[in-house]
Design a protein around this ligand. Structure first.
Ligand code: CS2
Length: 491
């Protein structure tokens, strides 16, 4: 039997139901990017606010790219389950906060009308780092992006995130303030979205650009929860637990965190009911999370991929890769300024514990995706600051070499081919392949402005990377990492 409003009463004992009358929910929020992360994160905070008694916050969930989640949700009255697993412990809740699911290419008008609706006060977004049409090297709007070109020519039938937001805002009454909450893993994510949306609007309608500058609130946020993509196995496991088939079921960790800059233009859900922290300055939290969690995650992802370790918990359990991850985390930790009153060392050990969670099938291949978007915010600021200060970061530098080797070799230590999913990768891989030596390969790669920016890297840094690349080519990732961890243990 499939999960739906009328079958909810058949859910297994112990499964938590919404606990409020969904028929009384009105729509108050739009979300762009209806993937698993939103459903296990912002939607749950919103669910908590609704359970608290404020029924204004039903979510219109929009997918801009992939129809799968929308189709699954539409077939089950937009209900879905979230199971939080930490080792042997598990809690399952059916979430009722999503009231409509829309695949934007099918119904762009519905999406624009929802954003324009004065009863909607908040739009949240999780469209991934590359969903904001940012030019890789200038960080400004990429006017060459195919979707942006399309939207500039057809602003009322947009495809891109920026185009959709701008079209909704243009249609929205001037008297209805709006807050747009970016929830993607980017530093100063709200400020970044404000800049890009303003630049896009400036090309479509200067009055709209002024309105975005002066009236729309775009708070910065730090979001955190490990939510692996669903697999047939996780869907089957959830079915056993729920007693119903849920094609949109999520299995994730129990940890969750949301720090939001307290800057809204109008009403918002009381996300504090789900534990959200409203703060004056979110940037220290963002830097800490992006570097320590996401930075170490990416190191585990490339090390895991190259050493034949399919999941994060398997990579953590491997003596060499696990020790490497701890050493990378320690190096990144040294570059972080603690948010006021925050115990960063405790945060670091909690992170390592979370990575070890054996109940999660978090695939290293998933985290390895889109490296050209992720590495510039996860590793490069720490490497740049350290290089400028003349500080060597032996393990993080090796992580960078691992990534370049992964792109160049495209196969693991055992010679098995690796599927690289990253639209920006071919350009970087081409530079690596064209080079005649490892040193040239590093020089060519670091000169790729879209990823590495403009400033030159110090010669000793280049030489160290070239040495690591040579070792990787000759002896593979496991050898480089055993040497690295032995060295860092001797320090
Ligand atoms: C991961 C993140 O896929 C990735 O790149 O590093 O999705 C990570 O799981 C989340 O940011 C955790 O909050």
């Amino acid at each position: 039997m499939r999960l739906a409003q009328r079958t909810l009463c058949n859910a297994a004992a112990g499964v938590l139901a919404p606990g409020y009358d969904r028929r009384c929910l009105s729509r108050g929020m739009v979300h762009l990017g209806l993937g698993a992360f939103h459903r296990a994160h912002q939607a749950l905070y919103t669910e908590a606010a609704i359970r608290h008694g404020d029924l204004r916050w039903g979510i219109v969930g929009v997918s801009l790219r992939a129809p799968r989640a929308v189709r699954a949700l539409a077939a089950q009255d937009c209900l879905y389950s979230v199971t939080e697993r930490q080792g042997p412990e598990a809690t399952t809740r059916v979430v009722g906060a999503v009231v409509q699911a829309v695949y934007a290419p099918d119904a762009p008008e519905r999406v624009i009308a929802a954003i324009a609706d004065p009863a909607v006060h908040v739009v949240t977004c999780t469209v991934t780092e590359q969903g904001y049409s940012q030019h890789p090297s200038s960080a400004d709007l990429d006017t060459g992006d195919a979707d942006i070109r399309h939207d500039l020519a057809h602003p009322d039938a947009p495809r891109s995130t920026l185009g959709v937001l701008a079209a909704g805002l243009r249609r929205r009454p001037a008297t209805a303030p709006l807050s747009i909450v970016c929830c993607d893993n980017m530093p100063s994510n709200g400020d970044t979205l404000r800049r890009l949306l303003g630049q896009y609007a400036g090309l479509v309608d200067p009055a709209l650009a002024r309105r975005i500058r002066n009236e729309v609130a775009l708070p910065n946020t730090m979001v955190d929860r490990i939510v692996p993509a669903a697999t047939p196995a996780s869907l089957g496991w959830a079915q056993q637990r729920l007693g119903l088939r849920d094609e949109a079921a999520i299995v994730c960790e129990s940890f969750t965190q949301w720090v939001i800059e307290d800057r809204f233009a109008g009403p918002r859900p009381a996300w504090e009911a789900g534990g959200a922290l409203l703060a004056g300055d979110v940037r220290p939290f963002q830097a800490m999370k992006l570097r320590m969690l996401n930075g170490t995650h990416s190191a585990l992802a490339y090390a895991g991929q190259l050493c034949g370790l399919a999941t994060v918990s398997a990579a953590m359990a491997d003596p060499v890769v696990g020790a490497f991850a701890r050493a990378v985390m320690a190096e990144l930790r040294a570059t972080v300024t603690a948010p006021r009153g925050y115990d960063v060392d405790r945060y670091a050990s909690a992170l390592l514990q979370r990575f070890r969670n054996p109940a999660l099938e978090h695939h290293t291949a998933q985290i390895a995706t889109d490296g050209t978007q992720k590495i510039p915010v996860r590793w490069l600021p720490a490497l740049r600051e350290s290089a400028r200060a003349g500080i060597e970061r032996p393990c993080l530098e090796r992580a960078l070499a691992l990534w370049l080797h992964y792109l160049r070799a495209a196969c693991d230590d055992a010679g098995r081919p690796l599927a690289i999913r990253d639209a920006g990768a071919p350009a970087l891989a081409a530079r690596l392949h064209a080079a005649g030596s490892d040193e040239q390969a590093v020089q060519q790669a670091l000169a790729h402005r879209a990823v590495f920016g403009d400033a030159p890297w110090p010669a000793p840094f280049v030489q160290r990377l070239a040495g690591y690349l040579a070792l990787l080519r000759e002896r593979g990732a496991a050898s480089l990492l055993s040497l690295c961890t032995a060295e860092s243990l001797n320090r």
